[in-house]
Design a protein around this ligand. Structure first.
Ligand SMILES: [Zn+2]
Length: 160
């Protein structure tokens, strides 16, 4: 009975879909699994001696920023943690409107966050993540005032 229920849950969440199989096409290889559960891939984009390597290859940066976004927005930290991939800007998905590459991107189910090598969009993508985990709606139209410049948490939460 337990197996049947688990199977139904998996089907219900779409966990046997192609998105779950290949993580939206980005695969499941990671460089480090943080204590919080965040899985992070930063190679080959970041490398020792390269731009911001010490900060952006470090779990502390991702864990602390997520905690700070949760504290600022009042959205509780969920059990689930995102899979994060750092890519070169020219490898990022294209914005449908502007036709330019995005600085960050959040895929839902499974939760995957892409950030470029500056990670300046991390807080923005974390807000999508927190809202999606809390409500099932990641707010793709950015209606939440916490997205807004200059007073939203996306802009006011300090970097590490
Ligand atoms: Zn967004």
């Amino acid at each position: 009975m337990r197996i049947v229920l688990l199977s139904l849950l998996l089907v219900g969440c779409g966990m046997n879909s192609p998105e779950w199989d290949d993580n939206h096409g980005y695969g499941w290889t990671f460089d480090v699994q943080c204590e919080s559960g965040i899985k992070l891939r930063y190679t080959p984009t970041l490398y020792p001696g390269g731009f911001a390597y010490e900060q952006l290859s470090n779990c502390h940066f991702y864990d602390t920023t997520l905690q700070r976004m949760s504290d600022c927005t009042g959205i509780p930290l969920p059990q689930r943690r995102p899979f994060i991939v750092v890519l070169r800007r020219d490898q990022m998905p294209l914005d449908q409107v502007s036709g330019e590459t995005r600085g960050g991107y959040h895929y839902y189910s499974p939760s995957l966050i892409l950030v470029d090598e500056t990670a300046t969009h991390l807080r923005h993508e974390y807000l999508h993540f927190l809202k999606f985990q809390a409500t099932g709606n990641g707010d793709p139209d950015h209606l939440d005032p916490q997205f807004a410049y200059p007073n939203g948490c996306v802009w006011t939460v300090p970097w590490i």
